[in-house]
Design a protein around this ligand. Structure first.
Ligand SMILES: [Zn+2]
Length: 351
């Protein structure tokens, strides 16, 4: 995965390019048209002829064989859209393997917030739909910490108000500090085969967090937020540690989000074997969400897994791939976006 800094620099570059090459929505629309035309994707819906006439900047096309007029965006992901420039920028950034949140996209491109959210969600849904049967499945339970964000579903009285404020402040700080991805940097500090207390010196920062978190767990349940408050560790690091401890049977979580020491009485993931590759993929997913989105809603979870796939599989999602997808994927309506719910078992492409 790219560093956050490089990601953001490249985002800015793409947006600068869009402003040079397609400074208006009409011109961005032309870019899509030309690209699809080049790939032979602009065909008359009636007679399938590619003998099509269109005036620059127009959506309407005329078939020179049968005379039918139609919109070249009909039946595509760009059906009825207006903000072509934003769609072009989003296509280019996805196919460059970059990541952006709705608010950041809105700020970078001047796209209104709701549209920014809609556009990105459309792309993530469309990309998610391209996951083949090669995808492995995992239980959403394993990543529930990422979705533990206080949403409308969270009972308002589950935490004292003051604690809530502290948490919010901690979250703000995390965002401001861009949270270092857990365990990303100090692998080389880890020295094998050292015994005794000295070992602590050689643990990576992430391992240290995990160790402290584990030491706090007991038969008395603690939430991730409480652990974060007690230790001063960023919530992202605490949740990352907890999920890993849980994966390896050192912690268990019970309804209400409280963590206890020890393995669960019965495995929630029992039907699905957890391979090492899935664990690695899930660890990547944690880092990805925490870095770019902090946390996400449960409903959209699958689309973020898809977004990570796009980031990592540069062969599948290389240049032109997303602009092509815009022309082949059926429209995604606003209602479909609102009603989208991730499947109980999530799909992830590993390896
Ligand atoms: Zn025709």
């Amino acid at each position: 995965m790219l560093s956050r800094e490089e990601n953001d620099q490249r985002l800015a570059k793409i947006w600068a390019d869009v402003q040079i090459y397609a400074p208006t929505d009409a011109m961005a629309q032309d870019v899509f048209y030309e690209y699809w035309k080049k790939l032979g994707m602009i065909l008359c819906p009636d007679c399938s002829s590619d003998n099509i006439r269109r005036v620059d900047g127009e959506r309407e096309c005329e078939c020179l064989d049968c005379g039918m007029t139609s919109w070249f965006t009909s039946g595509t992901l760009l059906s009825r859209v207006k903000l072509f420039k934003s769609y072009l920028a989003a296509s280019l950034l996805f196919e460059a393997g970059l990541t952006i949140s709705g608010p950041q996209f809105s700020k970078l491109t001047g796209t209104p917030q709701t549209s920014a959210y809609t556009i990105l969600r459309k792309f993530r849904m469309a990309i998610s739909n391209q996951m083949s049967s090669d995808a492995e499945q995992f239980s959403g339970q394993l990543v529930r910490l990422l979705i533990a964000k206080r949403t409308l579903e969270t009972p308002a009285n589950s935490h004292p108000f003051v604690e809530q404020e502290l948490i919010d402040e901690a979250l703000q700080n995390d965002l401001a500090n861009n949270i270092e991805p857990a365990g990303a940097s100090d692998d080389e500090n880890f020295v094998d085969g050292i015994n005794g207390d000295d070992q602590d010196e050689n643990l990576s920062e992430y391992e240290k967090v995990k160790k402290v978190v584990l030491s706090l767990l007991s038969d008395v349940g603690l939430t991730a937020d409480t652990i974060s408050l007690r230790t001063g560790f960023a919530i992202g690091k605490v949740t990352g540690s907890l999920s890993e401890l849980e994966l390896f049977g050192e912690a268990r979580v019970e309804p209400g989000g409280k963590y206890f020491k020890g393995a669960p009485a019965k495995q929630s993931q029992s039907q699905i074997p957890l391979t090492e590759t899935i664990i690695i993929a899930l660890t990547n997913f944690y880092e990805f969400v925490i870095e770019y989105f902090h946390r996400v809603g449960r409903k959209g979870l699958q689309t973020y897994v898809a977004a990570l796939w796009c980031t990592l599989d540069r062969e599948r999602w290389g240049r032109g791939s997303v602009m092509h997808l815009c022309g082949t994927h059926p429209p995604v309506t606003y209602r479909e976006i609102l009603n989208y719910v991730s499947p109980p078992l999530l799909n992830i492409i590993v390896g």
